[in-house]
Design a protein around this ligand. Structure first.
Ligand code: ADP
Length: 372
């Protein structure tokens, strides 16, 4: 309690102590600040009109110190003008009581603000705890996924050896099984890479291997690599007459394109799916657009699909894998290049995903740690 009139302090002190509160009194702003620094209180009742340092100034000083800034301050004052109250709230006060006051009112307000403060502290503690748990979960997932990559690569390697071994004549059936095996392994490797690279990029630990990339070439390569997955769908892309070069990490950009094309295939119907790919140079940037005639994405879901594990609705199609990480990976990869990514199109009328990359690459060519 801060008041330059000892009688006021005495009166309120006795009453609050009577209700079980521990009260410390200070007769000036300077003494109040000292006392608060020595042992921060749970709440401060602060008079406004005081010589030397008024209540507003005391409040401003408290708010400027990290350890004291969250202590709730209730102003107690004989000033009744609305502007005085507004100024008190503006300074960071949580409440304003006009003198002379009824003790019951002071007590009720003190109790309410102490409870609010208690809830806020609890919320902050829970938030910190949740972040710690989230970090533990991410570390564990990271560890498991990381360990999965080696055996998966081994399986993929032996699959390739089996199909390439000319002496080993596989029956048509066995060759088909191996090919299905290979598709599944490639999908698993893709999931593992998405999870690992997403966490690496989130922590800013992915170094870009910058080189001059021909975006048209990458789009063609990616589209032709998807031929076995088309199942009657069509991908339309006419490379531009003049090649569109950007300074970028070729492997990352290739994977962004693959993710977008892969999604366009995933979300369009067999046989009638049409995917159109365009390349538009614009100023110092080049834009890649992948449009499809699938279900489209409602405006309210557009931000969510770029978040980690963000998906719209529950996918009932068990045929294709889905982690909700693909677009998060794309966003992080494009932004690491100083580019941007987005989606347009109305629900029910197909979607049009686009990303821009600066022709000259990111503003700075360096990132903290090396890619594995
Ligand atoms: P995943 O496809 O693994 O679920 P993504 O991050 O690639 O994860 O996509 C997130 C969500 O965005 C998808 O679950 C889907 O709801 C939506 N989405 C992505 N691409 C398309 C598309 N071409 N058409 C319709 N919806 C899409």
């Amino acid at each position: 309690m801060v008041d330059d009139t000892p009688a006021n302090l005495e009166l309120l002190s006795v009453m609050l102590k009577g209700r079980g509160y521990r009260v410390r009194a200070a007769v000036s702003g300077r003494l109040a600040l000292q006392a608060a620094r020595n042992d921060p209180p749970d709440l401060i009742l602060l008079d406004i009109s005081m010589p030397e340092m008024d209540g507003y100034e005391v409040c401003a000083k408290l708010k400027s110190e990290e350890r004291l800034k969250d202590i709730p301050i209730i102003f107690l004052s004989a000033l009744t003008e609305t502007m005085d109250k507004v100024k008190a709230f503006g300074a960071g006060g949580v409440d304003y009581i006009i003198k002379p006051f009824q003790f019951e009112e002071v007590e009720a307000r003190v109790a309410a603000h102490l409870e609010l403060r208690r809830q806020k502290v609890l919320l902050q503690e829970n938030y910190i705890r949740l972040r710690e748990l989230e970090k533990k979960r991410d570390d564990l997932v990271h560890m498991i996924v990381h360990d999965l990559r080696t055996p998966l690569t081994v399986i993929a390697g032996y699959n390739t050896l089996i199909t390439e071994d000319r002496k080993n004549v596989l029956s048509g059936e066995s060759a088909a099984y191996i090919s299905e095996n290979m598709k599944a392994v490639q999908q698993m490797i893709q999931i593992v890479s998405d999870v690992l690279d997403t966490s690496k990029m989130e922590e800013g630990q992915m170094t870009l291997k910058l080189e001059n990339c021909d975006l048209g070439g990458l789009l063609e390569e990616s589209a032709s690599g998807m031929e076995s997955l088309l199942e009657g769908r069509k991908i339309r892309f006419t490379p531009p007459v003049n090649p569109a070069f950007v300074r970028a990490d070729k492997e990352l950009v290739f994977r962004v394109i693959q993710n977008l094309l892969g999604n366009a295939l995933k979300y369009t119907p067999d046989n009638s799916g049409l995917i159109q790919v365009k390349l538009q140079p614009a100023g110092g940037r080049v834009r890649v657009i992948v449009s499809d005639n699938g279900p489209g994405i409602a405006p309210e879901h557009r931000a969510r699909i770029f978040e980690k594990f963000g998906q719209v609705g529950i996918r009932t199609d068990q045929k294709r894998y889905s982690t909700g990480l693909g677009l998060t990976f794309c966003k992080l990869a494009v932004e690491a290049h100083g580019g941007s990514i987005g989606v347009e199109g109305e629900a029910g009328q197909g979607s049009s995903f686009w990303f821009d990359l600066p022709v000259n690459g990111p503003a700075r060519d360096a990132a903290p740690a090396a890619k594995e």
